[in-house]
Design a protein around this ligand. Structure first.
Ligand code: ACO
Length: 349
């Protein structure tokens, strides 16, 4: 069966740099705390009105398409991964299709947060392998800066995230030993609420002890979106950081080993691991656990923060642009995040 290969890759980072010290204007935090706990020095925020999750995705896609040597009209399927879409619905896929004046092709939106890009890549891989499509555009893009709590109340979450986009074009590989060797997807919804944004939503507190069923009609009518939710900061992401950390450092090595073993390789064969840029401490822990050398792991969270679905394609693109990814190299992509969901992909460049 034909394999799929990354034929073009691109990234877009908004120009506005926000340092840790810049955040002191809004919240009680410090450069020292942020760097020590996360490794982050700075992140980029999108222009408030001129850039959206979709427009950043478009910019990354233009580069990926050009590098693949094709035009937007050659794309025959779009997969767009994000947790902060322009609209609650419709998704960013159709907005990108419109903005890039593409044909009336399918556009699929993926909502798997930090592992969103790898889930999207795995779906694209299946369509290429079966011969359904020849040029699939996969995008991961996030405009986190619009949906964070910039008061001290939200500092444990807000300091971590940054904006940006990454994109690849997937095509059938022309060479025998080239392309995506395998993808591995997992989930465990047991802890869905410990890294989540609950509102607005249709949950009606169904999953919590305080059920909305016990409220009166007028209160229930307000529950999709209410003043109280805004006042209490319930419209922002919630994260139990230590619990996420504990699970991440187990599942990252597991899913990386799974990918290597499925293809008869071990960590010594790996040219480069591109982990989702969740937190530098998580990446360092994973590196240590797998006994990988510094040159085998690529990190750039120091300069971009955690860009969720965009972090893997941004890191892969940057590594490729620096000449760290060359034809024939064995590359592992891995991610873990909200859901929990986690995933890996092993590819021969
Ligand atoms: N600045 C200063 N102090 C802070 C900040 C901040 N930005 N945020 C929290 N604190 C304080 C807390 O209020 C707390 O104070 P207290 O002891 O007086 O109550 C103290 O720091 C410790 O808080 P913890 O949340 O226990 O801090 P921890 O050492 O666990 O670090 C962090 C928090 C960085 C979020 C860590 O738990 C972590 O990295 N977890 C992994 C989560 C992660 O990577 N998430 C990324 C998104 S998900 C993903 O991509 C996988």
């Amino acid at each position: 069966m034909v394999k799929s290969k990354i034929a073009g890759i691109g990234m877009y980072i908004p120009s506005n740099v926000v340092t840790n010290n810049d955040l002191l204007k809004y919240m009680d935090t410090s450069d020292e705390w942020i760097q020590e706990r996360t490794g982050i020095k700075e992140r980029h925020y999108a222009h408030r009105t001129e850039e959206t999750t979709t427009t950043m995705g478009v910019e990354a896609a233009k580069i990926a398409i050009e590098r693949a040597g094709i035009t937007p009209q050659d794309i025959d399927f779009i997969i767009f991964a994000t947790l902060c879409p322009d609209y609650y619905f419709p998704g960013c896929g159709v907005l990108l299709q419109r903005a890039m004046k593409m044909k009336e092709i399918g556009a699929l939106d993926v909502r798997n947060q930090c592992s969103g890009f790898l889930y999207a890549l795995s779906v694209a891989d299946q369509f290429i392998k079966t011969g359904t499509y020849k040029n699939i555009l996969v995008v991961g893009s996030e405009k986190h800066s619009f949906g964070l709590d910039f008061t001290t109340r939200g500092r444990n979450v807000s300091v971590i995230f940054g904006d940006g986009a990454g994109s690849v074009v997937l095509q059938p590989a022309s060479k025998e030993n080239q392309g995506i060797l395998s993808t591995h997807l997992h989930s465990d919804g047991e802890s869905a609420e410990i890294l989540a944004m609950y509102n607005p939503g249709t949950h009606a507190n169904h999953w919590k002890e305080e059920k909305y069923a016990s409220f009166d009609e007028a209160e229930i009518a307000q529950m999709f979106f209410s003043h109280k939710m805004i006042d209490d900061g319930q419209v922002f992401p919630f994260m139990d950081g230590p619990a996420v950390f504990k699970k991440a450092i187990v599942k990252f090595p597991e899913v990386i080993n799974e990918a290597l073993q499925a293809n008869g390789y071990n960590t010594g064969d790996l040219k480069l691991l591109i982990p989702h840029q969740a937190n530098l401490r998580i990446s360092q822990f994973v590196q240590q656990k797998l006994q990988l050398r510094d040159d085998q792991v690529y990190n750039n969270i120091q300069y971009y923060g955690n860009t969720t679905a965009a972090s893997v394609p941004i890191a892969l693109c940057e590594a490729w642009e620096k000449g760290l990814v060359k034809e024939g190299d064995l590359i592992c992509l891995a991610a873990f995040g909200s859901g929990f969901t986690w995933a890996s992909a092993l590819l021969r460049w």
